[in-house]
Ligand binder design. Structure first.
Ligand code: AMP
Length: 420
């Protein structure tokens, strides 16, 4: 038998109510905050990701699903959504469309990571991008959206961590300082981080290895080396959050894994035991240089991405919406089945969720199936009922039965279901 690919999961019918709640909340809030949906391709030219995410990042170095198209173009399954959103923004000249400055997307992403709880090779994200506005109001707005989204889903024990990664000039000055500091402690770093020293020293700050933690304990922090403008911007972001009553902590080690961030960076983590090490539910930041870096006009931007699998893992039962009440039609005998089919269709036409078991010839078989499906009511129609022009309506909880005229049964049953 052919099995699914490692790190990839089926989302089964029983899981779907969770996903529905999450996606519905995402769409509802997007409308409330004025973000419109964009659907971008699942694969793009490899260069798009290499140039935006950064050639020395973990994602581009080791996690991309890259393959050659028949014409030898190198293509990659998208590991995240911002690069594609920016490409679409530039290519479709969306900078000139006022209603297209705030966009969101929902969909699968692909990264070749080692699978564990909350970490998969195909996973789904809600992504939000706010283009064209350098004001901290935009930073605060996307963070407020993310916080509001999690609050709507009744998620608990969350922390919003914020940091400033400075402007590009601050970063290169700081990078030199950090590398100098870490080079003196190179022996204490894990193998992975020794490799990062040259290529991506910032990531060493959020390495979880004990040796790297120790080595970076007194490391210079970006927040102490910000330009005046970046420092003010960071203060304004924090006061904007406080003004909205959104609690946060400053985490100077928060660097995020993608190169394109400037100034604001943020992440929401959860303390839930269902997540273990993979405790980040979502994160993002400002990426003022990316649109221009990919060949578009100079355009400030800020956004976030949240992982839907991780949200599903921590979603409390009280966030689930009750499933619609269901009616079972138990029809048997030649005339009974014909009448039952009409009742079933009439119920569905009235918006009532209804089911039957085709071919079951005994009442017992029908009732067993009705129980399994959690039916609220069962409409019983055998040949005798069809001849008499009635339906026997059984309340599946009390087991009480009553006779209804066949002609008015669908309306009466629908009224009963909608008032239940
Ligand atoms: P990133 O695009 O790396 O900033 O990730 C944003 C969010 O996507 C994270 O906070 C996670 O919730 C989720 N995420 C990232 N990578 C994975 C993965 N491999 N499996 C499941 N969720 C992920």
């Amino acid at each position: 038998m052919i099995r699914r690919i490692k790190g990839v999961k089926d989302i089964l019918p029983d899981d779907i109510p969770k996903w529905d709640v999450i996606e519905t909340a995402a769409r509802r809030l997007a409308t409330i905050y004025g973000f419109r949906e964009i659907r971008i391709p699942i694969f793009e030219q490899t260069d798009l990701f290499a140039r935006s995410i950064g050639t020395t990042t973990d994602i581009v170095e080791k996690e991309m699903y890259t393959f050659q198209d028949l014409d030898k173009t190198s293509l990659t399954l998208r590991p995240e959504g911002t690069a594609g959103a920016v490409r679409a923004y530039i290519e479709n000249n969306l900078g000139s469309v006022p209603s297209a400055q705030k966009m969101f997307y929902l969909g699968p992403m692909f990264r070749h990571e080692s699978p564990q709880a909350g970490r998969q090779r195909q996973f789904h994200q809600l992504g939000v991008e706010f283009f064209g506005n350098p004001h901290v109001g935009a930073d605060v707005e996307v963070m407020a959206f993310l916080w509001h989204f999690f609050a709507d889903l009744k998620l608990r024990d969350l922390t919003l961590e914020v940091n400033s990664l400075g402007e590009p000039a601050d970063r290169s000055r700081y990078r030199a300082l950090l590398v100098k500091f870490l080079e003196a402690r190179g022996d204490c770093l894990c193998v992975n981080c020794r490799g990062r020293l040259e290529r991506n020293p910032f990531r060493i700050l959020d390495c979880k290895e004990a040796g790297c933690r120790d080595a970076t304990r007194d490391a210079p922090m970006m927040t102490d080396h910000l330009s005046e403008r970046a420092r003010t911007q960071f203060e304004d972001v924090r006061s904007g959050l406080s003004a909205l009553g959104i609690p946060y902590t400053v985490n100077p080690r928060l660097v995020r894994g993608l190169d394109y961030y400037t100034l604001t960076a943020f992440e929401v983590t959860s303390l839930s035991p269902h997540l273990g090490a993979q405790n980040a539910l979502g994160g993002g930041g400002r990426y003022d240089g990316l649109v221009e870096g990919l060949g578009g006009p100079s355009t400030p931007a800020v956004g976030f991405a949240a992982g839907l699998e991780r949200i599903a893992l921590v979603l409390p039962p009280e966030a689930l919406t009750p499933q619609p009440k269901m009616v079972f039609v138990a029809a048997f005998g030649k005339d009974g089945e014909a009448a039952g089919t009409r009742v079933l269709q009439a119920l569905r036409a009235r918006g009532v969720s209804s089911e039957t078991l085709y071919g079951a010839s005994t009442l017992k078989a029908h009732l067993r199936q009705a129980d399994r499906r959690g039916a609220l009511l069962t409409a019983i129609i055998g040949d005798d009922e069809a001849a008499e022009g009635v339906v026997l309506l059984r309340d599946m909880t009390t087991k009480a039965q009553e006779k209804l005229p066949l002609s008015s049964a669908p309306d009466m049953i629908a009224a009963r279901v909608f008032s239940a």
